[in-house]
Design a binder for this molecule. Structure first.
Ligand code: ADP
Ligand code: MG
Length: 273
């Protein structure tokens, strides 16, 4: 069962939008999906209409208080579930500092419930700290959202280096599944130049065996669409908020492309439509 982290240490590139709407699209295709919000800002949690309060048990309780992970899962609809974040999670970095094996916590908790889902997605914080490390150890695949502007590739080598170190030392399964262009403005010269740069970047790195030698940009590009920016304030995925929008169409296509790509690699998607 594929487990993937949506990761880029930059903020504002489309991680949360992709994590929430790809999760919802995969669920709409008939899969049982769990989304874990691993960002203390709790944007994915809010996007799905869950407003954390003092009583909410969150991924913080799992990682720092050894809470039962199954008890923290909140159903969003028939097939989509969420493990919410909360602001407490900002303290995890410090609270776990002295803990031996702190980067293995999420993997070990997740193993108890992973069989209940066809896909597990993790929305990461914009950093490469202990929370993100927990995500990289728990998953088998990373998807990197990129915004096609001229600094798109800046910082990517640091991210790939981190993935390679985790793959070498702790999680041999880890690989880069691909990059997704978000907030894409087709027809602009800049977007075309950046996508060409990114394409040739991945063609070049493919010459050496790395966790990203097989990775490519997804063919589906997520166009800039105001409905995607509006949906979070209604606590709804794009499919509830504006099912006929370009945003819904693009994330539906991304989910299909993703299922086809991962199905070809593993052939294990009994529930995929
Ligand atoms: P990150 O999680 O990487 O910080 P977000 O997914 O929160 O990024 O996106 C940053 C901002 O851009 C949010 O306000 C979001 O609603 C908006 N946004 C994301 N993708 C799109 C898109 N394709 N079109 C328009 N706005 C978008
Ligand atoms: Mg985010």
């Amino acid at each position: 069962m594929p487990q993937l982290a949506i990761l880029n240490q930059k903020g504002g590139v489309g991680k949360t939008t992709t994590a929430v709407n790809l999760s919802a699209a995969l669920a709409d295709l008939g899969n049982r999906v769990l989304l874990i919000d691993l960002d203390p800002q709790a944007h994915a949690t809010l996007h799905l209409g869950v407003v954390p309060n003092d009583e909410t048990t969150s991924v913080y309780d799992v990682l720092c208080r050894d809470a039962d992970i199954a008890a923290v899962v909140q159903p969003i609809n028939e097939r989509l579930s969420l493990i919410p974040s909360s602001i407490d999670l900002a303290a995890a970095e410090v609270e776990l500092a002295g803990e031996v094996g702190r980067e293995l916590l999420l993997r070990d908790h997740l193993a108890k419930i992973a069989d209940d889902y066809d896909y597990v997605l993790i929305d990461c914080a914009p950093s490469l700290g202990v929370l993100t490390l927990n995500a990289l150890v728990a998953v088998d695949e990373v998807i990197i959202p990129l915004q096609p502007h001229f600094l798109a590739l800046h910082g990517l080598s640091k991210l790939l280096e981190t993935i390679e170190v985790v793959a070498r030392r702790i999680n041999g399964r880890l690989r880069l599944g691909g990059v997704v262009f978000c907030m894409f403005e087709s027809g602009t010269r800049l977007a075309n130049e950046v996508t060409r740069d990114v394409d040739s970047f991945f063609e070049r790195v493919g010459e050496r065996k790395t966790p990203w030698s097989e990775a490519r940009p997804f063919r589906t590009r997520i166009r800039r669409n105001i409905r995607l920016a509006e949906a979070p304030s209604f606590g709804q995925s794009i499919f509830q908020y504006a099912a006929d929008s370009h945003g819904a169409e693009d994330y539906r296509n991304l989910a299909k492309e993703f299922v086809a790509a991962s199905g070809a690699g593993q052939g294990s998607h009994a529930h995929a439509a």
